[in-house]
Write a protein that binds this ligand. Structure first.
Ligand code: S3P
Length: 436
């Protein structure tokens, strides 16, 4: 059912960020491959994407229990490790749903095994580039086939045996590097990766905590094949989910929002840097470390924003947040130029096209380019009815727009937010935002 959001007079409250999606996937996958026992994972991401990972691991014979969390925290899970070579052949096709992380990381896990597996997902997944993992995994010795000359899902993993390899990654992608590192655990020698720029490093942090011999020197990563140890993971809050409230708080004229338990790992926190560059009234409080990841509470207040240029190495550190940063840029004083973000085109939707289309539809001047967007700034966001392009981050960006637009914004397909943040609309309502 559609939802309509109208601007509340003021925007005040406290929000607990839901468990981080990237860390949740990894906590399940890596512990499933451990050989030392049962791991406890708490504050697990409530989104459908991470449930896809749980279901796939169960289909591969991993015992996973799941109970609701307490005091507003995400679910608590246990995962019984089967060891690096203990996955069982599934009786059916594995379904990653909408999750690129599941598809690409599982590809590294399924590559070069003596079981036959077939991995697919929804229409978005079936259109996203998988050749970027298939090609290097094949070079390592895996036998994989897929549609469109082995570049699109469904992907079929036939076996093979994995060898020592060195790979110069053509894109800064955490999913690609994680996929190759996971395959490298079972290779007959070292896996060396050269990254063009840094991307989120949850895989490196968690594998290191699991006693894997992984060395990082600048952008170069070397992993020695090894068994992995079980670790309990308390998942930090998801900065990508928190970013919606950050932008709402700084763009609404009478706002003060406290977002609790936000993971601020420096390889994820590009959005904080960008909003600070724009002049956001944003304060990190109670900074602490949770399970090897940095966490803070984020206080945001109404701000006078200015346009900025976003390009180069910061871009992979805020890629998922660009659709909502575009809202801050639209209303900021002066032009914002976003470059070096061509990866946006191959996310859950083409996020350059999707963002520019809805912004233009709401009366905002914005132009898409080959690798980003140009937003002249100083704009007023009007209202209207919009589709989310079947993209959770677009749907939630439209929700934030509705909190500050002159006229109500109707999102025709709001349920897609459940991919990462099922309670998003309830929170908008608690903040006084939903009219229908
Ligand atoms: C993710 C990596 C990012 C991000 C995605 C989650 C991950 O993609 O966009 O939502 O958990 O590894 P890249 O592979 O492009 O870095």
């Amino acid at each position: 059912m559609p939802v309509t959001i109208a601007r509340p007079r003021s925007l005040r409250g406290e929000i607990i960020a839901p468990g981080d999606k990237s860390v949740s996937h990894r906590a399940i996958m890596f512990n499933a491959l451990s050989n030392t026992g049962t791991a406890h994972v708490t504050n697990f991401s409530p989104g459908a994407d991470c449930t896809s990972t749980v279901e796939i691991m169960r289909a591969l014979g991993v015992e996973i229990t799941r109970e609701p969390g307490r005091n507003g925290m995400g679910d608590s899970l246990t995962v019984k490790g089967v060891g690096l070579n203990g996955l069982k052949e599934p009786s059916d096709i594995l379904d990653a749903g909408n999750s690129g992380t599941t598809t690409r990381l599982m590809s590294g896990i399924l590559a070069g095994r003596d079981i036959l597996t077939i991995l697919t997902g929804d229409d978005s997944i079936k259109s996203r580039p998988m050749g970027r993992v298939v090609k290097p995994l094949t070079q390592m010795g895996a036998v994989i086939s897929g549609r469109a000359d082995d570049t699109l899902a469904p992907l079929v993993f036939h076996g093979g045996s994995l060898h020592e390899s060195t790979y110069d990654m053509p894109v800064a992608s955490a999913q690609l590097k994680s996929s190759l590192l996971l395959a490298g655990l079972r290779a007959d020698g070292k896996t060396t990766l050269n990254q063009p720029a840094e991307s989120r490093d949850h895989t490196e942090l968690m594998l290191t905590a699991m006693d894997v011999n992984l060395t990082k020197t600048g952008l170069n990563i070397v992993l020695e094949p090894s068994e992995i140890e079980t670790v309990d993971v308390e998942v930090p809050g998801d900065i990508s989910s928190a970013a919606f409230w950050m932008v709402a708080g700084i763009t609404h004229p009478d706002a003060e929002l406290l977002i609790r338990n936000v993971g601020i790992n420096p390889t994820r926190a590009g959005v904080i840097t960008a909003l600070e560059m724009m002049g956001a009234n944003l304060t990190l409080i109670n900074e602490r470390e949770v399970a090897g990841e940095q966490v803070a509470d984020v206080l945001v207040k109404s701000s006078e924003l200015k346009g900025i240029e976003l390009s180069g190495d910061i871009v992979p550190l805020l890629m998922d947040e660009i659709p909502v940063i575009a809202i801050a840029a639209a209303v900021a004083d002066g032009e914002t130029v976003i470059r070096d973000a061509a990866e946006l085109i191959v996310k859950e939707s083409d996020r350059i096209h999707a963002s520019v289309t809805w912004l233009n539809g709401a009366g905002v001047d914005a132009v898409g380019t080959d690798d980003g967007m140009i937003l002249p700034g100083g704009q007023i966001i009007g209202g209207g009815q919009f589709q989310s392009f079947d993209d959770h981050r677009l749907a939630m960006s439209l929700g934030v727009a509705g909190l500050i637009s002159t006229d109500p914004i109707t999102i025709l397909d709001p349920d897609v937010a459940g991919i990462s943040y099922p309670s998003f609309w309830e929170i908008i309502k608690d903040l006084g935002g939903i009219v229908a």
